[in-house]
Design a protein around this ligand. Structure first.
Ligand code: UGA
Length: 447
């Protein structure tokens, strides 16, 4: 089938590439000419496992093209995807200006019947706004073209986006139109093998499904972080508690890992946007507000542990201390630092007068871009290099290569022989046996 995708961010680029991979003829449109030129030359602007070779192969095969020419993209597509960003507004609600700008462009150029698909995460009711915007543009130029607007939210995870897209656990399609549903079923048929993955529903339910999924996952994390904080105070180990509850299938093993707080481009923004929607409808979203508040506090927790270790009062700083930080990305297998917990920690360390030696396997360029040159930040070549001259180590992101360090080397390298483990990667007994003080998240037994 012939597909046009607006937006070559995470969602648009991965979706377009995977649709091309299964044989569809895909044109991706973006307003960023440099990005489009790069993509046409095989330069993929994000780090996502497996994506670059797939982009190159499909581009070479002629099934995947990139352009800034919106009219040409619209002329090409039977199905037109909107996959542009929905950043938070000042008040936390999703900013729809890019989505509606694409809708206007579609209305101005569409010449033959099309199915318009909302893939961006958008508040309930957006499909109606997209429909009205396209209709207004058609009316303004006196054109009559049949079109449908479908909600088809994306559930891919950064770092596993290609895999999630090629093997989705569900494909949610929200539409009242039988023919639009048929079109999308045909489009997704190659991904819908062995058992039925398509969940068809009305547009508004599909829009809400996306937020409900992310809010539920964020709730699990904040819940576990709250339990971790209780464990810390009562002398229990949250890792034992996690193992003790995960085997109940009603609770499950996923997303019950306490840590330094959730980050990324989705959970923080989607929890806020859903809370905003609730407020706009006269509701008080007590649970969502708590999920956000717990997460915000959790991002400061590693620093609190450091204050506790160094026995610092409110106003005393860490002046003269050098802290090694392992992991800057908001999670492993990505270079994305949006809303990353490391950003809060670095700022707190600097405010306290400490300097930082940091290492992340992928996010060094991003760190440089965000913080620029500063005397109290040294970006290191390797995890070991970050330890040179450091007093303490803080682990913020659970990259595989941080999982089994040589604790004898750590003990030797760290002047204060202390590790703050923001993702509970280590066995406290093993670290302490090496003569290193250990602080994890919710590990009361070590305090
Ligand atoms: C999330 C969802 O998991 C995807 O299903 C969804 O499609 C996506 O948002 C989206 O809306 O686009 P993503 O933001 O890529 O995906 O990352 P996750 O793997 O969900 O991790 C989010 C954050 O939660 C990370 O900071 C991670 O460290 C943290 N986390 C995750 C925990 O602290 N504990 C856990 O048990 C799991």
């Amino acid at each position: 089938m012939r597909v046009c995708i607006f937006g070559t961010g995470y969602v648009g680029l991965v979706t377009g590439t995977c649709l091309a991979e299964v044989g569809h003829d895909v044109v991706c449109v973006d307003v960023d000419a440099a990005k489009v030129e790069g993509l046409n030359n095989g330069v993929v602007p994000i780090y996502e496992p497996g994506l670059t070779p797939m982009v190159k192969a499909n581009h070479t095969a002629g099934r995947l093209r990139f352009t800034t020419d919106a009219a040409a993209g619209i002329a090409h597509g039977d199905v037109l995807f909107i996959a542009v960003g929905t950043p938070p507004d000042e008040d936390g609600s999703a900013d729809l200006q890019y989505v509606l700008a694409v809708a206007r462009t579609i209305g101005r150029h569409v010449e033959r019947p099309a199915v318009v698909v909302d893939k961006s995460t958008v508040p309930v009711g957006t499909a109606d706004k997209v429909r009205a915007t396209i209709a207004a543009e058609l009316a303004a130029r006196g054109a009559e073209v049949a079109f449908e607007v479908v909600s088809n939210p994306e559930f891919l995870k950064e770092g596993a986006a290609v895999e999630d897209c090629m093997r989705p656990d569900r494909i949610v399609i929200g539409t009242g139109s039988a023919s639009a549903l048929e079109t999308l079923k045909r489009l997704y048929a190659p991904f819908n093998r062995n058992h039925e993955r398509i969940v068809a529903m009305d547009v508004r339910s599909a829009e809400l499904t996306k937020y409900a999924a992310n809010a539920m996952l964020a709730t699990k994390i904040s819940f576990m972080n709250e339990i971790a904080n209780i464990a810390e105070q009562v002398g229990a180990d949250v890792e034992m508690v996690r193992k003790g509850i995960g085997s109940d299938p009603r609770i499950g093993w996923h997303f019950i890992y306490p840590g330094a707080g959730y980050g990324g481009s989705c959970f923080p923004k989607d929890v806020q946007a859903l809370a905003r929607t609730a407020q706009q409808h006269g509701l008080q979203p007590r649970l969502l507000e708590a999920v956000e508040a717990v997460n915000d506090a959790q991002k400061g927790h590693l620093f609190e542990l450091m204050q506790r270790h160094y026995d610092l009062g409110e106003d005393e700083g860490l002046r003269g201390k050098t802290v090694a930080v392992w992991g800057l990305a908001f999670k492993p297998n990505t270079d994305d630092m949006r809303e990353a917990s490391s950003r809060r920690l670095l700022q707190q360390l600097w405010d306290a007068g400490a300097s930082v030696r940091a290492y992340d396997p992928e996010a060094m360029d991003e760190t440089r871009r965000i913080f620029g040159q500063r005397d109290d930040l040294v970006l290191c070549e390797s995890a070991n290099a970050a330890l040179d001259g450091a007093d303490a180590l803080v682990v913020v992101t659970e990259w595989k290569q941080f999982r089994s360090p040589d604790f004898a080397t750590l003990k030797h390298a760290l002047a204060d022989a202390v590790v703050f483990d923001g993702r509970n990667l280590y066995d406290p007994a093993e670290v302490e046996a090496a003569g290193i003080a250990y602080y994890g998240i919710g590990r009361g037994r070590s305090l």
